[in-house]
Ligand binder design. Sequence first.
Ligand code: ZN
Length: 324
Amino acid sequence: MLETTIAGSLPKPFWLATPRLLWAPWAQSGEALLEAKRDATLLVLKEQEDAGIDIVTEGEQSRQHFVHGFLERIAGIDFDHKVRMGIRNNRYEADCPTVVGRLRRTGSVHAREAALARAHTTRRLKFTLPGPMTIVDTIADAHYGSRVDMAMAFVIQFDEPAFNVYMDDVREWGVAALHRASEGLTCTTAVHICYGYGIKANNDWKASLGSEWRQYEAIFPALAASRIDQVSLECANSRVPAELMALLRGKDVLVGAIDVASDRVETPEEVAATLRRAMAFVPAEKLFPCTNCGMAPLDRGIALGKLAALAGGAALLRRELGAA
Ligand code: ZN
């Protein structure tokens, strides 16, 4: 009960990429880069295990960014022609590769990373991938002429921070694209919908959203009716009303109890308090303590502290419930 997991990314060591940056440049190239990615993957698995995280990830150590890391192995995308464009409805700008032809998967995208992680942990493993709506919001289109057509070209799963920006699109085609992406999968499927990494543009946007964040209210009913098993959301230090989680009845809920936009490490008691608020609306057997979002831009020491706090808070609550 209350198995802990993280949203996905973890900070990369300095010998792999520049610390405390999103889209951080690699510190190595060629063979040395492959070796550094592999070493960092083993390291973050061990650190999660030591911290007491139950369902671990490879921390996205092999990807410069979760969207573009995935796209590097998709044909039809030109990485040499990046376009500076506003993403997440112009919340911030990013250099985005251009779609120049039909999008085609030419082989397994992250098979090597997944196999490496699987070989080096006996814990349950979660592998994160960007979802279709977020991908098409992070590339420049010079081929399809329609976001919907471009999104339907993907067969993958699912980090969808864009779901909190385009709520009408989620109902109209976002969930349909997720279903298409998950066709044939027999594993547990999850969709992570957050308010973004703890970078300035996102923090400013959150400050503009008013006293109550009700974006989830518009999309949870469609997700509750979907075939996706788990929904990962942001709860720590967020202004999301806890009762919105009741709209996810029947789903596993990954409750974000770690704030990734703050360098302050939560206490286990604070984590437990966030989880307790969620438990009023999510049964304990459906509740998975998690982080608000990925931790890639954080200092490594702080991220480690937050992992331990997450595991500690979940343990506290398990003891309270007599399920240690
Ligand atoms: Zn996120």
